[in-house]
Design a binder for this molecule. Sequence first.
Ligand SMILES: [Fe+2]
Length: 298
Amino acid sequence: MLIAHFSDIHVRRNPRGRQLLGKRLVAQANLYIGGRARAFDDHPVTLLVEKLLSCKPDMVVCTGDLTAMSLPTEFQAARDLLAPVIQRFPFIVLPGNHDVYTRTASRRLAMEACFGKFMGSGPWPRLFRHGKLHFLALHVSRPTILSSTGLMDKGQLERLGEILDSPALRKTFNILLLHYPLRNRDGTPYRPMLRRLHNVGLLEGLMGRSKRIHMVLHGHEHQGFSTQLRVDGAVIPIFNPGSAGYAHSTEGGHTASFNLYHVDGMCLKSVAYYALLGGAFTRKHVVDCPVLSTETAG
Ligand SMILES: [Fe+2]
């Protein structure tokens, strides 16, 4: 079973009229002063789509931040760019903090209007089954004013505990999906404080007790890495593919990337890391599992 994982494409369109107020006004200024406007581009996403079509994955997962500012035009553009992939392969997506960028966008379910079909339904966490795989998608993103912190709320923790205890997950390979990192690339608790997930310790404790999560996929940090969570005797691999919307920049030292996981039965066999180099996504590293290396996977 091949699972393609990309994140943080940050499709951007200019806000108009009343959309250019409050947080979006500050963001728009930062885009040009901070150079972020040049950091992301539609072109890598077009190349990503081409590459995913040739990889023929069994499942495609996006761990959030489809957009820059949650504008309806951005969601529609993301949907149009990704259409060849999401019409052909099973696809799961969850919201990143930029997909619930303002309270209005969150309340009006701007993301759901374009991507609801791929987000499941009912209370979060949402469970998706594909053969012997289970995907548990968390929604921990929320509109904030000065920070970009996430929150693992009590209701989701309780429901996740119930799902992990259910017999349905006993003989399947279970993958936790969320936008926020649990850990830094060196395996220490994720920092900085203004970008982190609150209550992450409770989430990790639950994972350690249940021993039912076999792999964690996330985004948010735009330079990819892999690491491990060691908790209560469990060792759980964690993967961040990096941003798939990053324009290539030798000066900035970044480019777009995504991951391809090969899961065979209850075993993660390998992880391939693809980077946008020389005008196309090329396979940079393949890590045979369970030997995981933070150097080689990202
Ligand atoms: Fe993010």
